[in-house]
Design a binder for this molecule. Structure first.
Ligand code: ARG
Length: 455
């Protein structure tokens, strides 16, 4: 492509370190879309004649057919997807192919291709997040009234419902989807026409190519257009946060599946066995969802490190932008799909969870709240009295609700028989009617909200 100035071919090592076709061939559809839009604009502006323009467009169609048929010759000596397409176009249509690169550089070409790819990835991820949210909603609806222990520090805290717990993730994945949508909206400006870095002396129409490619407008600065990859970083940041959310649910599935918890099981087809221990059923998919977070967060670090300190405008460092993005988005795709399958197939042991909801003095806060409400104690004093009640119950080896009235009255004289009503996990849950609380009515109301939002 640049033979005019050179008198020797690149050394093997030059080609080896420079080649990117193995990675960026994934941009072929975006590359063809960008070339078509550019070519149509060149024709409309009278920069390329109608006949040459038509030859280029039909050559690009042939290339698409070849790629789809698996017969396109991807060649290392042509470095990347852009030069591979151009070289093939030249073989197919001859000299007219040379007019396609008028008023264009690989610098704006790759920026367009990559933006289009990342934009699609954001859209795809948004859809996958919706599917996961729908699966969670279905399960939350089934278990809106089923009790389980709520934890802080992974110590029994207060009873909640399984529906409430699952809906917490619906909220998280909703914000994740919002982050991908925000990133998409911000990235939706076209770099095409920035050319190498300074713009073009040809009478190009950047607004036309922007519209053609579904962008909202052309980017406002040609240097910025070819030299920033913040759109990819923002997407990786959204992916990292999302992966973090996925890893938390994955971790809970792992913990809940241990015999010691015994809260849930997964069907055979979503677990694996052991080659030595016949009794085993391992939550490998959940563990791998948890682990993919490393790859995804690592990708963010990798690309930010590539970009930091790069002088304007394009530097070849930026060719290292694609592997982390492809790797992260592939991992996230798998993780979201696997998580959706697990959520749909999860078999909660509701009896066990309900029983556990009452363990560990989980209604102690309800006793303290009762003392405030019914006996008029300041909360700090009520907290102290309740602490003493827990200590006494622990010494007797019983639950709070099994302490005799006389025992409670010994701790505070204003305790009455009425207190036992608040000491069950059912009552505890049912009482938490504050907006967004765990009372089944509240949970069902949030489920209804989300159903409309996801419709
Ligand atoms: N393969 C290159 C990349 O991915 C395309 C842009 C090359 N531009 C250049 N001036 N060498 O970044």
């Amino acid at each position: 492509m640049w033979g005019g100035r050179f008198s020797s071919r690149p050394a093997d090592i030059m080609q080896a370190i420079n080649v990117s076709i193995g990675v960026d061939r994934r941009l072929w559809a975006q590359d063809l879309a960008g070339s078509r839009a550019h070519c149509r604009m060149l024709i409309a502006q009278g920069i390329v004649g109608a006949e040459d323009g038509a030859a280029i467009l039909s050559g690009l169609d042939t290339i698409q057919a070849e790629i789809e048929a698996g017969t396109f010759p991807f060649r290392d000596e042509f470095e990347d997807i852009h030069l591979n397409v151009e070289a093939r176009l030249s073989e197919l249509i001859g000299e007219a192919s040379g007019r396609l690169h008028t008023a264009r550089s690989r610098n704006d070409q790759v920026a367009v291709d990559f933006r289009l790819w990342v934009r699609d990835a954001c859209d795809r991820t948004g859809e996958q997040l919706k599917a996961l949210q729908r699966a969670l909603l279905t399960r939350a609806e089934q278990h809106a009234g089923d009790l389980m222990p709520g934890f802080t520090h992974l110590q029994t805290a207060q009873p909640v419902t399984l529906g409430h717990h699952l809906m917490a993730y619906v909220e998280m994945y909703g914000r994740d989807a919002g982050r991908f949508a925000d990133a998409r909206a911000r990235m939706n400006e076209s770099p095409l026409g920035a050319a190498a870095l300074a713009g073009s002396p040809f009478p190009i129409d950047r607004h036309a190519t922007a519209t053609d490619l579904g962008f909202d407008r052309p980017m406002g600065n040609s240097l910025d257009a070819v030299s920033d990859r913040d759109f990819a970083l923002e997407t990786l940041a959204a992916a990292s946060i999302c992966a973090g959310h996925l890893s938390r649910l994955a971790e809970e599935i792992v913990v809940w599946m241990t015999p010691m918890f015994g809260f849930v099981t997964l069907p055979d087809d979503l677990t694996t066995g052991s080659s030595i221990m016949p009794q085993k059923r391992n939550p490998d998919a959940a563990e791998l969802v948890r682990a993919k977070t490393g790859r995804i967060m690592g990708s963010f670090v990798a690309l930010s490190t590539v970009m930091k300190g790069l002088p304007l405008a394009y530097s070849k460092d930026m060719q290292e932008d694609k592997p982390p993005v492809f790797e992260a988005m592939d991992a996230l795709d798998l993780a979201l799909t696997a998580m959706t399958a697990m959520v749909a197939a999860l078999r909660p042991n509701t009896a066990r969870m309900a029983e556990a909801a009452g363990w560990g003095y989980s209604t102690a806060t309800d006793l303290a709240d009762w003392l405030v409400r019914e006996a008029g104690l300041p909360f700090r004093q009520a907290h102290h009295v309740t602490g003493a009640a827990v200590k006494r119950a622990e010494a007797l080896g019983v639950g709070l609700e099994q302490l005799a009235l006389a025992e409670l009255q010994a701790l505070h004289p204003r305790v009455t028989e009425d207190v036992y009503k608040v000491l069950t996990p059912e009552a505890s849950c049912a009482s938490r009617q504050s907006f967004g609380g765990t009372a089944p009515e509240q949970v069902r109301a949030r489920i209804a909200d989300w159903k409309t939002r996801l419709a």
